[in-house]
Design a protein around this ligand. Structure first.
Ligand SMILES: *[C@@H]1O[C@H](CO)[C@@H](O)[C@H](O)[C@H]1NC(C)=O
Ligand SMILES: *[C@@H]1O[C@H](CO)[C@@H](O)[C@H](O)[C@H]1NC(C)=O
Ligand SMILES: *[C@@H]1O[C@H](CO)[C@@H](O)[C@H](O)[C@H]1NC(C)=O
Ligand SMILES: *[C@@H]1O[C@H](CO)[C@@H](O)[C@H](O)[C@H]1NC(C)=O
Ligand SMILES: *[C@@H]1O[C@H](CO)[C@@H](O)[C@H](O)[C@H]1NC(C)=O
Ligand SMILES: *[C@@H]1O[C@H](CO)[C@@H](O)[C@H](O)[C@H]1NC(C)=O
Ligand SMILES: [Ca+2]
Length: 558
């Protein structure tokens, strides 16, 4: 044996011994052994720093200083938590790699302009047995803050680059760690998360096999100017037409319910046909012109402001910017219209969102005032988005994704944070571009649901379909997953339904939504209140006229 042969032989023996030792361990133990910063630093490519690796055996994981997502999951299975930092592009992502892995990869979406890793909902995802990943989108920020968006790199990171790079590297790290291929790649997200899901399908049709898309804020370049327009309809706050008390929105919502509930054929506190309401609603019924009761009396001028909000925002050139608010969504109008800062702040805006997109994302500068808004802002937003930032997920033809993946999209008919008519508009435009899309893209409207989850107290519509953002809204909260009280199956859980469609070819034509009642003041216990099928758009649920209306079997999709 020559020296080189001896070295080669020694290397062979050593490697064989290592591999033999390693393979003699059960798979889970072997992974736990690799769950170390040295291991991940060893497999990570140049340009990234592995910040933290922790084998979680306590069911609980915390990342201190995460101001975007300060709630953390509990009840976790044993897993490896990893934080990776792309130091070149300046974004971070987190992964939960379960010891007991079913070879699926699940990307979890973000919300709003929040900067941080969404560990809470990764915690939901990992309970399906998948690797779960989320990115901080390249910055650290809390609610209602867009001041961070003052460099092109940060804007582009939020728009798509941070998530794109995170998914690409995350997949490689997972496959290396498990020494096993990913069989299916999924996405689940709502709001900004919905935008991210559609955006990444548009960027790369091979990125996901299935995507659960909730209330997508897909049209960033129009959504944000619409918010400013909304603010200008309502400013100044001292004006007779201004809507400045949450009581006004409750009063209007109650009137809409009174006039429109039965227009869908069933008096059940749910407006299932807002389009019928749009044709019939008489807003003058909320007027009482009692100036001493500003909280629930509407003036004529205020009803005119409301009518602008219900109507599509179209520029003076006739271009549609954003679809109007839906009838039944009034409780949510306060999100953008009620002051979040002192009434008389120097900026004179009701919500920071009103003008921060223009100031920071569009580089108008800190001094820009919402009251300066005019339709040319729309043109500027379109141009900047198209040329530089590419945040909007505004491609309607989804191309070859059709041959590869499946999409379940949903939107609450009482959503006015991302007005639901614009979600329907995305679906309609896609059908226009691609023809009937039932083979791969199905849309489910959820009557009475607010933005992403929840329902007004006087509506209590079935809304829960176990999507990642939804589960944690109800007990057991931070340790929740799927639909509670025994409904974690593919008839009630939209993500399980999506997996069955992708992996077994089982088409999803309805999903049964649930609503629960709390049975204690501390809201830790619930009973089932009612269930009803959500139907593949444009079908709607029809009551059979006989059975218990709270029972899903009394309804069919027609
Ligand atoms: C951007 O904003 C941050 C604070 O969020 C500030 O520290 C930084 O100097 C700003 N950068 C530019 C280019 O304005
Ligand atoms: C870091 O991010 C940039 C921009 O997304 C990307 O091009 C690069 O590949 C990333 N590096 C790694 C090692 O993932
Ligand atoms: C204002 O009107 C509402 C609804 O009519 C009523 O419940 C409330 O008591 C009134 N408030 C005052 C101060 O009159
Ligand atoms: C400004 O707002 C504060 C708090 O809302 C209030 O106390 C103060 O009277 C206001 N000042 C003026 C000039 O309106
Ligand atoms: C419209 O708004 C833009 C941005 O604030 C401003 O530059 C422009 O001068 C305004 N145009 C008119 C006609 O007021
Ligand atoms: C749930 O709450 C609704 C509305 O408050 C009530 O009508 C219904 O009887 C309750 N159902 C159960 C099972 O508690
Ligand atoms: Ca009804």
């Amino acid at each position: 044996m020559s020296l080189s042969e001896m070295v080669a032989f020694w290397v062979f023996v050593t490697l064989t011994a290592c591999v033999a030792t390693s393979w003699s361990l059960p798979v889970e133990k072997r992974q736990a052994a690799s769950c170390s910063i040295d291991y991940f630093a060893g497999i990570a490519p140049a340009g990234v720093r592995v910040e933290r690796v922790q084998h979680v055996t306590t069911g609980f994981f915390v990342e201190t200083g995460n101001i975007g997502y300060p709630t953390f999951p509990t009840g976790l299975p044993e897993l490896c938590a990893v934080i990776v930092n792309n130091v070149t592009a300046n974004y971070r992502f987190g992964m939960f790699l379960p010891d007991d892995w079913n070879s699926r990869f699940l990307t979890i979406g973000s919300y709003s302009f929040l900067g941080g890793i969404n560990w809470l909902e990764m915690g939901v995802g990992v309970k399906y047995g998948a690797v779960a990943l989320s990115t901080d989108t390249g910055h650290s920020s809390g609610t209602g803050d867009i001041t961070w968006a003052n460099t092109t790199q940060k804007q582009v990171n939020w728009a798509y680059q941070a998530l794109q790079g995170s998914i690409n590297l995350g997949k490689v790290l997972a496959e290396t760690y498990y020494d096993q291929r990913i069989t299916y790649s999924y996405f689940s997200g709502c709001s900004t998360g919905g935008r991210q899901g559609l955006k990444h399908i548009q960027l790369d049709p091979d990125v996901f096999d299935g995507a659960l898309i909730g209330a997508p804020a897909w049209d960033t370049k129009h959504l944000m100017p619409w918010l400013s327009k909304l603010a200008t309809w309502n400013l100044p706050e001292s004006a007779s037409y201004s809507l400045s008390d949450a009581g006004l929105f409750s009063r209007l919502q109650a009137e809409v319910l009174k006039q429109c509930d039965s227009l869908d054929g069933v008096r059940d506190n749910i407006i299932s046909s807002p389009s019928a309401c749009r044709k019939k609603f008489d807003i003058s019924k909320v007027r009482c012109d009692v100036s001493s009761n500003k909280t629930s009396c509407w003036s004529k001028a205020q009803t005119e402001t409301a009518m602008k909000i219900y109507t599509d925002y179209v520029t003076s050139n006739g271009e549609l910017v954003y679809k109007g608010a839906e009838y039944g969504s009034e409780i949510e109008w306060g999100t953008f219209l009620l002051p979040a800062v002192a009434h008389n702040s120097s900026q004179n805006v009701r919500r920071n969102f009103d003008g921060q997109y223009e100031r920071y994302f569009m580089n108008y500068g800190e001094g820009w005032q919402t009251t300066w808004y005019n339709d040319s802002v729309v043109k500027d937003a379109e141009t900047y988005d198209k040329r530089i930032v590419h945040a909007s997920a505004d491609q309607f033809d989804l191309g070859s994704f059709r041959n590869k993946g499946k999409i379940i999209m949903y939107g609450g008919l009482a959503d006015n944070v991302v007005p639901v008519q614009h979600t329907t508009y995305y679906y309609d435009r896609t059908v226009e571009a691609m023809g009937n899309v039932d083979d791969f893209f199905r849309y489910f409207q959820i009557p009475g649901m607010r933005h992403c989850w929840g329902t007004p107290d006087n509506v209590k519509a079935p809304w829960m379909i176990g999507s990642t953002g939804q589960s944690v809204q109800r007990p057991p909260y931070a340790s929740a997953w799927s639909v509670p009280l025994g409904f974690s199956d593919s008839r009630h859980d939209a993500f399980l339904a999506l997996m069955d469609w992708v992996e077994k070819g089982q088409e999803v034509s309805q999903i049964i939504a649930s609503e629960f009642n709390f049975t204690d003041a501390s809201q830790q216990n619930m009973v089932l209140y009612r269930q009803r099928p959500l139907c593949m758009f444009p079908k709607t649920a029809k009551w059979d006229g006989r059975g218990n209306q709270n029972d899903a079997t009394s309804w069919t999709c027609t």
